[in-house]
Design a protein around this ligand. Structure first.
Ligand code: MN
Ligand code: MN
Length: 286
């Protein structure tokens, strides 16, 4: 079997930062996982497998060739230094926002969302976070670590305040996490009509979308560090992304995380992630 040639940029990327109203960049970081690593290889595999796809989306009737987006490649993150890596991600997201563009971070494990969201909050103080995920990610700590993919949304709630988090597709968490979510009413099913009404309720407030791909059923996305049975089907995810486009969801920054390609040597997970990235790009309000 021949190995696919790695790609420097995602399918359909423009050639320069200036041409992009959306700037994609990889965050090859997976030091904060609880079970299996490999998400650091996500951005590279997603780019490589984007080669399989067409630039045109029949579902959205839209084409990457018409979209001003630029894939800036992977950030060089210091190995073994979580705080410094998060700082570099925050700085890059902030730089892109300051240039009037939409940053799109490719993980990496879910902790990379924390600096992305911090940067977005600075520019958009009334930001609301949409979390599409199998897991609550609301632990106070994970085996003593306060910075983990299992604690990331707790840290976001601490920063952003109550009422800023809307969670979709959650099906796993500790009892305390579920008590908190039920008390706050943050949880909803991941379904297109639910996404549409959640956007309408916001009345134009800016949205940060974090897509932890383990929200999908492991039968369709086995290549992820912490698979959780009972997830939505890929087709349903596509319908939800269509809902974002239909509603012109005011997404100002976003990420896609938790794809660990080495866990799925068939490549099916990487190509599913690449297709989700294409549809997400085409759903953005540019
Ligand atoms: Mn997560
Ligand atoms: Mn998850």
């Amino acid at each position: 079997m021949t190995e696919p040639a790695p790609r420097g940029r995602f399918l359909g990327s423009k050639d320069s930062f200036d041409e992009g109203k959306i700037v994609l960049f990889g965050c090859p970081f997976d030091a904060a996982v609880s079970f299996r690593s490999g998400a650091a290889e996500g951005p590279g595999a997603i780019r490589t497998f984007s080669d399989v796809l067409e630039t045109y989306s029949p579902d959205l009737d839209a084409d990457l060739d018409d979209l001003p987006f630029f894939d800036a490649g992977d950030l060089a993150l210091p190995a073994g230094e979580t705080e410094a890596a998060l700082g570099a991600i925050r700085e890059e997201a902030g730089r892109i926002i300051a240039a009037g563009k939409i940053p799109f971070g490719l993980g990496g494990d879910h902790l990379v969302s924390l600096p992305m969201i911090e940067a977005a909050l600075e520019a958009y103080p009334d930001l609301v976070v949409f979390q599409w995920d199998a897991h609550a990610d609301l632990r106070e700590d994970y085996e003593g670590a306060v910075l983990s993919h299992a604690t990331v949304m707790r840290r976001v709630v601490e920063k952003a305040g109550a009422g800023r988090l809307v969670q979709f597709g959650i099906r796993s968490g500790r009892r305390e996490e579920w008590q908190w979510m039920r008390g706050e009413g943050t949880c909803r099913p991941l379904a297109p009509e639910v996404v549409e009404s959640a956007i309408s309720e916001l009345d134009g407030r800016p949205i940060y979308l974090t897509l932890d791909l383990d929200v999908l059923d492991p039968s369709e996305l086995p290549g992820t560090g912490t698979p959780e049975p009972g997830g939505v089907r890929f087709h349903d995810l596509m319908l939800c992304l269509g809902a974002l486009r239909r509603k012109a969801a005011p997404i100002v920054a976003l990420d896609l995380v938790e794809v660990a390609p080495r866990i799925d040597p068939t490549g099916a997970s990487a190509v599913a992630a690449a297709k989700a990235v294409r549809e997400l790009l085409l759903a953005l309000p540019v």
